[in-house]
Design a protein around this ligand. Structure first.
Ligand SMILES: Cc1ncc(C[n+]2csc(CCOP(=O)(O)OP(=O)(O)O)c2C)c(N)n1
Length: 614
């Protein structure tokens, strides 16, 4: 497998797939696809006509790729719960539907998910959930296989791009046969790694449209009890499907060691333990217990190797099998080297080339408009309840201007909770401020704001409106005025939304202008009640206009470090501790110009002139 990388375009996916040979026959050549591209292709080949999701690494590219394929409508939903509900409705109306999200997104979608197992589906509904072992870009790591037994939902786990395509393609038929949603679990390496894939043709599905059935769709207690019993029958059918599932593959080699594994871990096992026999599980819920017993009967030592939770090991032990415990880590991402270490054998050459690179802590980009807000909040000494987005980087030095980051939307609730306590314990003078991005506000900030207004505290909310969902790669959201299909959409007015939620103190500022931003924040925290500041300036990466860079006039620089404290990657110190600006990185946002009390930051051309004595 290649190391994680961003995916290519879906149109390439179409072009490379089909070509003509010298005899003018159409042939389908293998193509190199990322797991995410293969998932999109598999859904498309299954005749999927609707896709919905919310961005989240490592799942984001799936829906972007699917949206570029013909005959499919794809939508970004404001959050994962809505995405799933929309897909349930589309499936109910007869369109095969794919829903995509990252692992934490499934927590948000858990409410409809848990009842969807009861109702079942009409046209197939497949939920693609991408886990992030090792937390490359997540606030926690979760093993989504646990949703299988918890939610009583079949789970498929592809081990490379080819299987991802085939399993997703087949998952829709499985969903319809079982009358159940099907969950496909990916992980970062599968989603972003690339392997060869044989693509096929699209087969239009002919699932019927909506048929009224209150007993199936109206989950009031009287009906839900009946569906709960019925669910057991459907689970029994799922167990039978698991036993004959084509993507559960036994490979007998040296029978002294038998490894049960699933997903991308299979690739690591093959590399680390090439002689071991393997049982690669394609459907990890319900497990193919007969096939596992059969495999266990053929091997000496039986070991389960898996990423994150001991899901397989516990299941095998619960089946009464003598599964041995090998200390493979259950925290973080696995690798062939980590598996070899756990078995006490010399690792193949599996050193990660990244190990030799110097650490490069993530930072807000040069010219990021979020920086101006955090510079002001730090000066105010505010307690800043943070949220999830690029702006979480403001928690790192030198800005160090964020006090929490828990989950999407948490900032407003946490700020309100702290304000409740501060008011009752008489703590005053320390402003409590929530900061939340535009996409995150749409995702789950609205209800937190409604709560703060309803329960009335002195809470200030800063909405960092950079006109995009930047952290996951610039996806549109309800406030940007464009859909995932690239067509104009109503541009929802944040000010109007905030006022409609009952906020009377609403200001909009350009956060690149530091003084007006600080003034607005000062007024907002002094306001009795809930106040909102909308800090609006486009993400620096979206601004394609060339801007003249700035440079430091070394004669004027006093090495005070004020500009350094902005945490701009373009600014560093020279060996005399004076500031220097890398003009190749500087985008000319002027934030540093505004904090320099000595007028030492000037247009790059002028600094050169001064430096050369002209
Ligand atoms: C429940 C959940 N869904 C998705 C994500 C992935 N994710 C992290 S931040 C973010 C949105 C960031 O956009 P925004 O709030 O506008 O801030 P920006 O990055 O643009 O500053 C997303 C989609 C997540 N961490 N948790």
């Amino acid at each position: 497998m290649r190391s994680p990388c961003s995916s290519g375009s879906a149109s390439l996916l179409m072009q490379f797939a089909i070509r003509t040979d010298p005899g003018e026959r159409t042939i389908v050549a293998p193509v190199l696809l990322s797991g995410n591209e293969a998932i999109a292709r598999g859904a498309w080949e299954a005749g999927v006509r609707f896709g919905s999701g919310y961005p989240g690494t490592p799942s984001t590219e799936i829906l972007i790729a699917l949206a570029k394929l013909p005959g499919v409508r794809c939508e970004w939903a404001p959050n994962e719960k809505v995405a799933l509900e929309v897909a349930i409705g589309a499936g109910m109306a007869g369109h095969r539907s794919l829903v995509t999200m990252k692992h934490v997104g499934l927590n948000v979608a858990a409410d409809p998910l848990m009842t969807l197992a009861y109702t079942g589906v009409s046209a197939g509904v497949v939920i693609l959930v991408a886990d992030d072992p090792g937390m490359h870009s997540s606030q926690n790591e979760q093993d989504s296989r646990n949703w299988g037994p918890f939610g009583k939902i079949p789970i498929l786990e592809p081990s490379d791009s080819a299987e991802a395509l085939a399993m997703v393609r087949d998952a829709f038929g499985l969903s319809e046969r079982l009358d159940m949603p099907v969950l496909v679990r990916s992980t970062t390496r599968l989603s972003h790694g690339k392997t060869l894939v044989e693509v096929g043709e699209r087969v239009e599905s002919d699932t019927p449209g909506y048929r009224k059935s209150a007993a199936k769709w109206v989950m009031v207690p009287g009906n839900a009890r009946g569906r709960r019993v019925d669910l057991e029958k459907r689970l029994a059918a799922a167990r039978a499907e698991s036993e004959s599932f084509a993507y559960t593959v036994e490979e007998m080699r040296d029978a002294s060691l038998g490894i049960v594994c699933s997903g991308v871990v299979y690739q690591y096992v093959r590399e680390a333990l090439p002689d071991a026999s393997t049982l690669r599980i394609g459907m990890s819920f319900p497990l193919p217990e007969d096939r596992i017993r059969e495999f266990a009967g053929k091997v000496g030592r039986l070991v389960a190797i898996e990423e994150l939770d001991p899901y397989l090991r516990s299941s095998l032990a619960a089946m009464g099998l003598a599964v041995q415990v090998v200390p493979v880590p259950h925290i973080g991402e696995l690798s062939p080297g980590r598996i070899a270490d756990a078995f006490g054998i010399a690792a193949p050459d599996t050193r990660d080339p990244m190990d030799d690179l110097p650490a490069r802590p993530p930072m807000l980009c040069p010219g990021c408009p979020h920086r101006g807000v955090f510079a002001a909040l730090r000066t105010m000494g505010a307690v800043v309840q943070g949220d999830i987005g690029c702006y979480a980087l403001a928690a790192l030095p030198p800005l160090s201007a964020m006090d929490s980051c828990v989950d999407m939307g948490a900032s407003i609730g946490m700020a309100h909770g702290m304000s409740v306590v501060n008011a009752s314990t008489g703590v005053s003078g320390v402003p409590v401020v929530a900061v939340i991005g535009d996409s995150t506000f749409a995702h789950s900030g609205l209800t937190g704001l409604l709560n703060a207004v309803y329960n009335n505290t002195d809470t200030t909310v800063v909405i960092l409106d950079n006109r995009t969902t930047a952290m996951t790669g610039h996806q549109d959201n309800p406030f940007t005025g464009r859909t995932l299909m690239g067509v104009p959409a109503p541009e929802i007015d944040i000010e109007a939304v905030v006022r409609a939620l009952g906020v009377t103190s609403v200001q909009t500022v350009n956060p690149n202008l530091l003084k007006p931003t600080a003034k607005a924040l000062g007024e907002a925290v002094a306001f009795p009640g809930v106040s909102v500041v909308i800090a609006r300036a486009p993400c620096a990466l979206l601004d394609k206009e060339p801007h003249d860079p700035f440079a430091v006039d070394e004669d004027e620089c006093t090495a005070c470090g004020e500009c350094i404290r902005l945490g701009c990657p373009a600014i560093s110190r020279d060996d005399t501790a004076k500031a220097v600006i890398d003009t190749a990185l500087c985008v000319g946002c002027r934030q540093c110009v505004q904090v320099c009390r000595y007028g030492a930051i000037v247009r790059a051309g002028r600094a050169c002139d001064i430096g050369s004595g002209l």
